[in-house]
Design a protein around this ligand. Structure first.
Ligand code: PMP
Length: 371
């Protein structure tokens, strides 16, 4: 545990999400809590249609556009309902009269997306890594796209399995005409992205963009306006786009926090700079795992996630003892997802390199004692 200058104890937080928020963002939010910029109000007390919040919203949107270099023919929507709601919103909006959608299955989050989509259309699993327990990304040459799919869906970072696309799919190489849709919840803003390769990108905010309650959708203009007539209005991209994503009350405080995170990212040098830090942090941890005879990560090296690093100990009977030692050293939320067990260290943008260094020292000490 670290004593912050305010006298408050702060842990090193490896949570997969809701996850650690950059400390300067929390400090600024705390300083502005009672009176935002002389308005005499907290952001959470503002009307979403008042000039104060509108200025926060516009700045957040334009900062995100700049950070990700989102082209002008894409809309950015700050919605609610989480990535899980997008699993339904995507087929409802993007099938556009077609009856099939292609999905690449790389793990637990892909499976959830597939399950939801089957309510609305026939799902063609274009490729799957289930044959090797979701430890790799199926190469694009092996994807079997259907002829008339409404879209092709991928999860570009599997938060539970720790599998990440280190390349951008290019459907034009497969002569596919369907737009590419990506769930980027757990690695958005961790690296630059070629947005123009995608028809739609969605992500929950609670890992790399701040707090839960905000879902970012980035969608190409021509894909807006085709929702099935039964689509709930709040999920219809056109109704939300036309209303400046205020068809209903947005998650105002989460938008504000995301806006502060975007400013923090800019101050770090933007996505190219944060990517270098993320590469360095992930390398520290994977090198520690690979150099040991005690810890194992099962994912193919080329497809390992920089954000979520699952690992097992030589003997799972030692798991509890490891977690206890970590907690005693001020490091928390390292327990792996219940679907896979073991450990998982989520090291999003807000995790400083010192946090990873501390984990690596603990792992080495623990191995020396128990290995
Ligand atoms: N997709 C991915 C890749 C995720 O990591 C998560 C959350 N862990 C979700 C979807 C679901 O997000 P939410 O609970 O915010 O709907």
């Amino acid at each position: 545990m670290d004593r912050h200058q305010s006298g408050i104890n702060r842990v090193v937080n490896f949570s997969a999400g809701p996850a650690a928020v950059p400390l300067p963002v929390l400090e600024q939010a705390a300083a502005e809590m009672l009176d935002w910029h002389g308005s005499g109000m907290s952001v959470m007390e503002m009307s979403h249609r008042g000039k104060e919040f509108i200025s926060i919203a516009e700045e957040a949107e334009s900062d995100l556009r700049a950070l990700l270099a989102v082209p002008s023919n894409y809309r950015i929507l700050f919605l609610q309902g989480g990535a899980i709601l997008q699993n339904a919103a995507v087929p409802l909006n993007l099938l556009r009269g077609r009856h099939t959608a292609d999905y690449v299955n790389t793990g637990e989050w892909s499976k959830k997306s597939i399950k939801e989509a089957t309510k609305y259309c026939t799902v063609n699993v274009a490729a799957s890594s289930e044959d090797r327990n979701f430890t790799y990304v199926p190469p694009q040459e092996r994807w079997k796209l259907s002829k008339d799919a409404g879209y092709v869906h991928v999860c570009t970072n599997e938060t539970i399995g720790g599998v990440e696309y280190q390349w951008t799919p290019d459907l034009s190489e497969l002569r596919g005409e369907a737009p590419l849709v990506a769930d980027m919840s757990s690695h958005i803003l961790s690296r630059p992205v070629e947005v123009s390769k995608f028809g739609l990108i969605y992500a929950g905010a609670q890992k790399n963009m701040g707090t839960a309650g905000l879902t970012v959708v980035i969608v190409r203009d021509d894909l807006i306006g085709h929702a099935l007539h039964v689509t709930p209005s709040v999920m219809d991209y056109k109704q939300q786009a036309d209303a400046g994503w205020m068809f209903n009350t947005p998650s105002t405080y989460s938008v504000y926090i995301a806006g502060l995170v975007f400013k923090w990212l800019k101050s770090q040098g933007g996505l190219a700079a944060i990517e270098q830090m993320n590469i360095a942090k992930a390398k520290l941890l994977y090198d520690c795992i690979d150099d040991s005879g005690f810890y194992v990560n099962p994912v193919d090296k080329a497809d390992r996630s920089r954000m979520n690093v699952p690992f097992r100990l030589k003997d799972e009977k030692l798991d509890e003892e490891f977690l206890k030692a970590a907690k005693a050293a001020g490091m928390v939320q390292l327990k792996g997802h219940r679907a896979v067990g073991g450990m998982r260290a989520s090291i999003y943008n807000a995790m400083p390199v010192e946090g990873v260094e501390r984990l690596v020292s603990l792992m080495r000490e623990f191995e020396a004692k128990r290995g």
